[in-house]
Design a protein around this ligand. Sequence first.
Ligand code: MN
Length: 722
Amino acid sequence: MMRQFELVERVRSYDPNADEDAINRAYVYAMKMHGMQKRASGDLYFSHPIEVAGILTSYKLDTASIVTALLHDIVEDTMASLEDVRELFGDEVARLVDGVTKLAKLQIQNMEEKQAENFRKFVLAMSEDIRVLLVKLADRLHNMRTLHFITDPTKRRSIALETMEIYAPLAERIGMQEIKTDLEDLAFGELHPEARTSILARLRFLELHGGELVVKVMDELDQVMRRAGIEGFISGREKTAYSIWRKMQIKDVSFEQLSDIMAFRIMVDKPEDCYRVLGVVHTAYPTIPGRFKDYISTPKRNGYRSLHTSIIGPQRHRIEIQIRTHKMHEVAELGVAAHWRYKGSDLFGDDGAAKSVEGRQYSWLRELLDILEHAQSPQEFLEHTKLEMFHDQVFCFTPKGDLIALPRGASPVDFAYAVHTEVGNTCVGAKVNGRIVPLRTRLQNGDQVEVVTSTKQKPSPEWEGFVVTGKARAHIRRRVRTEARTEYIKLGHEILEKVFTKEGHALTNRGLAGVLDKLDVETIDDLYAKVGEGRLVGREVLVAVYPGARMDGGEDNIVNLSQARLRQTHEGSGSIAIRGRTTGMAIHLAECCHPLPGDRIIGIVVPDRGIEVHTIDCERLSDYTETPDRWVDLAWDADKDQDAHIGRVNLVVVNEPGSLGALSTVIARNFGNISNLKIAKRSKDFFEMSLDIEVRGVKHLTNIIAALRATPAINSVERARS
Ligand code: MN
């Protein structure tokens, strides 16, 4: 175990200005807090954070990162709290420790191929500060090195799988090739021990028979370079067991068929030398077509630069050669961590501008460093770095642990549609982290979302107002449109039935089919829909089919207000039954009189809106006395109707303490539920207000009104009429 002064010395060797005191205090504090806790290896737990800090010193990370490494398990595994860390080590370290702790809590249960990319993004989004991820990667590397001490094979396997699918690719993404290769090879040993053993044995066998192939090839390449007068450094290696295995998998070939098991690297001082080396190599040996890549002129997204080529090389072996400068090599191995190395180095002038062409290539690293140092918040940092592409996303989990990535601002409805179209179409509610929430709730990173469905549910037009994903919006629109059409067709059919029957004519498909052209519709359903929508009056259809029928319909058919008041509407008396609440697409309860089940009602066909339902004494009905064709008899379909309805009342309440309390008590005692309250006027003595109350029907509302009238604090109560 590395001792305190050794760690401090290592940091000081690359950063003379490091905060020694902070590192010393963190070392002592972590040792004290972890106390006698043991690792699976039998070592003291404290050895782990020290090793992690040690790994990070080889990447020359700053003091805050080293301190964070020492403290990274302290909040999760000891009595220390994040507040303690903040008090002792400041905000920056507390923020970083918090980030690593959050990642530690992440339980990745489901590791399907398609999920892995989401998890990687999730880890990046959760990391916020790139140093959180660096500490996490070092933590994972040490845990993988000590993985064999864990006795439970299932646990070993799941850690190895997570390493292979999530952390190794993340290391690659931020350009840390060395960590990536180590993680992969360790995970490979756990996941496919036999494959690894046999590949290694095979490599040893080849070595025995072919001699030191790698050395021979290196010698020959060296001579070729010398003859051309180029100074360079050549390194060669067998590829790792894991990368050979990957090749065998991808290309579906056996080990014997796999020829390029060796990789060589030629490092030179200047970028232009890279191209000279390439020319020399390509002149000396046949190249393998399709394998040349120029990542110097077009660097990879993670900043990687190099030339790649494959040749039939010395001794007729197929080999891969990477050609790069020493500095490109450092960036390739260390990735983002390399930028600490260039801090204050001669690559940059005093103004921070890159001095040379090569320096300019590192400018993105320089920028990253500046942002790290000067950003006010993690958000600001994110906005400026490669991580920002995940900043506009939220990552949520299904109860089974599947990860769903959604745009920021997404609602449970978006989540439901992302899971499956049917889940979206039948979604009635949602639980987020175990609590019931409104469907318009905005989801947060890491939320676990459980969608409640019901086969009776249909997408609501209101959802369109808050969903953010195209998929959800498209499905809602489509369903609402078909839904509305079905209702209009049904309604149109009922209206025509009624009009035709009244005049003693039969409504037949044949009759209707003959007048489709005349009425400018394509199908009989279109005709029904047009009538249901109110764009065509029933009697026009009747006259079209039976030209002898009278357009005005005669005296007896004119429904005027006085007649309407007297008319009894019973179910089954030829009136159209409606389900109370309405709110199909085709039938709407009027806002003016708020009809309730039990009220006598009349329907008015409103073009493009369907039928508007009014109470029979609603004053608005006088607007329609001139257009009797628009009137439709309606009755409540009482049996099917169990929904709550909104009844609106206007009240005048005495302005004194307790009067509002009395009001709500009376309503609650009578099993009403106040859904909305609006104070219209407030004077010294009185409130004038309107209340929306959820009730079962008109009788229920009448009872509540009676009870309110009996309450002393309430001056007057009226059912709202407009
Ligand atoms: Mn750890």
